[in-house]
Design a binder for this molecule. Structure first.
Ligand code: BDR
Ligand code: CA
Length: 307
């Protein structure tokens, strides 16, 4: 199977992505690393532990990482995720604890121990931990097979008109990752806003007959915060894991992607040269479409295999 590390800031859609990975025997999930993003680090770490326990996967270590972006102050998204980051999930507090090893040290150790070109990194939040690892230990870069990430936008943003949340929170880290030279697959809002489950599909979650189905149903039916312009809760982050399993459901294009790091109105904008005007080498495969019905059918089939 593919060796992966998930770097995450749960967040409901992060939680679904984790559950999909936990349910997928094709993936060799070495660790879950957490970062401040949707909510502060103590909560994203606690939520990763809660989801790990829900899935019965205490064998996978959880490492807490950066508690703030590289340069900017942390900005969070409780208005989307609720005060604890997992509104609607109805989960008990975590019993287990995170590892005493920092996420950045864990990433470096996992990569150093791996053969060249063998580890897929799956960042689902701000890119702070990856940027720190690449700066602290550039020798690990050849170990990275690819980085499949949720971040950026081909068109409009969500947290601002220009920017998607993960890149907006830590644009300097995103600039480091997009400039790292390893293969990148980018899931921006253009594709993830297509990943919205229909009412029929959401209702199916209650028929799965397991705790995971009930928890995910609760998260997908929680009240919608106003103003984000979509008809349901987009499953941004699960697209990353789904792509590892079912790449045939997605299509996109190799492009040059640049990140705006200034603190003006364009902060965190990903400028994507979709038409190749700049004649610069592509640094990312930008995914632009997904077969959403098939995605949710397969995703919920997988969730049915969990406790
Ligand atoms: C991204 O921001 C977070 O709120 C979600 O978990 C997702 O990773 C979408 O912009
Ligand atoms: Ca996320």
């Amino acid at each position: 199977g593919e060796t992966i590390v998930i770097d995450t800031d749960p967040g409901q859609d992060d939680a679904v992505a984790l559950l999909l990975a936990f349910a997928s025997p094709e993936l060799d999930l070495k660790a879950v690393t957490t970062v401040a993003g949707n909510v502060p680090l103590a909560l994203t770490t606690a939520n990763a532990l809660r989801i790990r326990e829900l899935a019965g996967r205490e064998d996978v270590p959880v490492h807490a990482g950066a508690d703030r972006p590289l340069l900017f102050p942390l900005s969070t998204a409780e208005f989307v995720c609720g005060p604890d980051g997992l509104a609607g999930a109805d989960l008990p507090p975590a019993r287990g604890k995170a590892s005493s090893i920092h996420a950045v040290d864990a990433l470096i150790a996992i990569l150093r121990a791996a053969p060249d070109n063998s580890v897929t990194l799956c960042p689902l939040g701000p890119l702070t931990n990856l940027a720190l690892a690449f700066r602290l230990a550039p020798d690990v870069l050849p170990k990275v097979k690819r980085i499949v990430l949720m971040g950026g936008a081909l068109a409009l943003g969500n947290i601002t008109p220009a920017a998607e949340f993960n890149v907006h929170v830590d644009p300097h880290a995103a600039a480091i990752v997009f400039g790292c030279g390893r293969p990148i697959v980018m899931f921006g809002l253009g594709v993830t806003h297509q990943a919205i489950a229909s009412h029929e599909q959401v209702a199916r979650l209650l028929t799965l007959g397991n705790a995971v189905g009930r928890v995910v149903h609760g998260m997908l039916t929680r009240p919608r915060p106003g103003g984000l312009g979509t008809a349901g809760h987009p499953m941004h982050d699960p697209c990353v894991i789904a792509f590892l399993l079912w790449p045939e459901l997605f299509s996109g294009r190799d492009c040059c992607v640049e990140v705006e790091t200034g603190d003006g109105p364009l902060r965190g904008r990903t400028t994507i040269d979709w038409s190749g005007r700049l004649k610069r080498p592509a640094n990312a495969h930008v995914v632009a479409s997904v077969e959403a019905d098939a995605l949710f059918q397969r995703l919920f089939d997988r969730l049915a295999t969990l406790p």
